[in-house]
Ligand binder design. Structure first.
Ligand SMILES: Nc1ncnc2c1ncn2[C@@H]1O[C@H](COP(=O)(O)OP(=O)(O)O)[C@@H](O)[C@H]1O
Ligand SMILES: [Mg+2]
Length: 347
């Protein structure tokens, strides 16, 4: 796919599990928006032979670092989330009530977090272009719902992102007022709430969290985007409370990839990012069906396999990825257990 290429600067820092936590402060979020250094150059055998031992070490170190980073590919999930999110932001611009929102929902590891953070990235970069030099603006807020969250905990997550100290005597109303005040002044236009499946409407705490989010969405003049695992199968969209959410939110489902043109494009896009001295371009593209069977169409497992094999290739000096070296990278448990059930037709 032609528009399946890497997104410039769309890198997340090395450890992906870290990234979620890391993004949930305004400083971490701003760091995520910075342009990353360009990919290291691929030296010819002759150029490489001329390097001193310490230069060789540095070259290796740079390339290990490059493959450890996550390159974000403009998958259909990313593109749909960005398009739909931006459309809602525009439609909501003049709404004084009943703003509409977006829910990105699907199995774990299908790229929900990546998609909503890319939407946030595009929103914030656009806001900066429109209002240059206005560092006091916080166009995007990103929070995750902690497991077994109470309403106060969720309100405190907003405060934490904004860098507001939550003082012990503050009750939840104090926190909410402070957050709403800062978001309004800082012109927050997009609020991303991740890990929404941690809310269960059948518990009192869960219902209070949902009410708090609803209250935030009424008080902060922003578009709200939720992401979580199989939200439509949880209690979140049922009952009176759920119906209010269901009526105002567009649902964008995410899936494992079927074996399709998009999958092939994804493998090719990831292969194009490799900086290995003896890798024959197109080797992975030929192995796309094998990679699909092995990863169950899970993009996270695919990225882990390819980047893992690239790191092994540098450390072992083979400098290329083969079917055998891919097989040597252990899969995560989900990909291991989900591969037989993957749809092979259209999405
Ligand atoms: N657009 C993308 N480009 C590259 N890798 C991706 C992309 N989307 C997801 N991934 C990979 O899949 C992993 C899981 O994605 P994530 O967004 O965390 O899934 P979810 O939030 O649905 O559990 C990421 O850590 C990354 O390795
Ligand atoms: Mg996630």
């Amino acid at each position: 796919m032609s528009d399946n290429g890497p997104i410039p600067g769309g890198f997340l820092e090395g450890a992906e599990e870290e990234a979620g936590r890391y993004l949930t402060t305004v400083d971490g979020w701003r760091h995520f928006l910075c342009e990353e250094p360009p990919a290291p150059a691929l030296l010819s055998a002759k150029e490489y032979a001329q390097l001193s031992p310490s230069e060789k070490e540095l070259d290796e170190e740079n390339r290990l670092d490059h493959h450890a980073r996550l390159l974000v590919v403009a998958t259909s999930t990313v593109r749909h989330t960005v398009t739909c999110g931006r459309r809602l932001v525009l439609l909501n611009r003049h709404a004084i009530s009943a703003r509409r929102g977006l829910i990105v929902s699907g199995p774990a590891g299908t790229g929900k977090t990546i998609a909503i953070t890319q939407l946030g990235r595009s929103h914030e970069l656009l806001d900066r272009a429109r209002h240059p030099g206005r560092a006091e603006r916080i166009p995007v807020v990103y929070i995750t719902v902690p497991p077994a969250a109470t309403a106060r905990m969720v309100a405190a997550e907003f405060a934490r992102f904004l860098g507001l100290p939550v003082r012990r005597p503050w009750n939840i109303t104090d926190i909410i007022e402070a957050v709403v005040g800062v978001c309004t002044d800082a012109r927050t236009g997009l609020v991303l709430v991740d890990e929404l499946h941690n809310i269960s409407l059948t518990t009192r705490h869960g219902a209070e969290v949902a009410d708090t989010l609803k209250y935030f969405s009424e008080r902060i003049p922003a578009t709200f985007v939720y992401a979580g695992i199989n939200i439509e199968q949880t209690t979140l969209l049922s009952g009176t409370r759920g119906a209010q959410i269901a009526g105002r939110f567009t649902l964008l489902p995410t899936h494992p990839f079927p074996y399709s043109t998009e999958w092939k494009g994804l493998v090719a896009a990831l292969e194009n990012t490799l900086v290995l001295r003896k890798h024959t371009p197109g080797t992975l593209a030929i192995l796309d069906r094998y990679l699909h069977e092995r990863t169950g169409g899970m993009i996270g497992a695919l990225s882990h396999q390819i980047r893992g094999a690239a790191i092994d290739a540098i450390l072992s000096g083979t400098e290329k990825i083969t079917r055998r070296s891919l097989a040597a990278v252990p899969l995560d448990f989900t990909a291991e257990s989900s591969s037989p059930a993957v749809p092979r037709g259209g999405q």
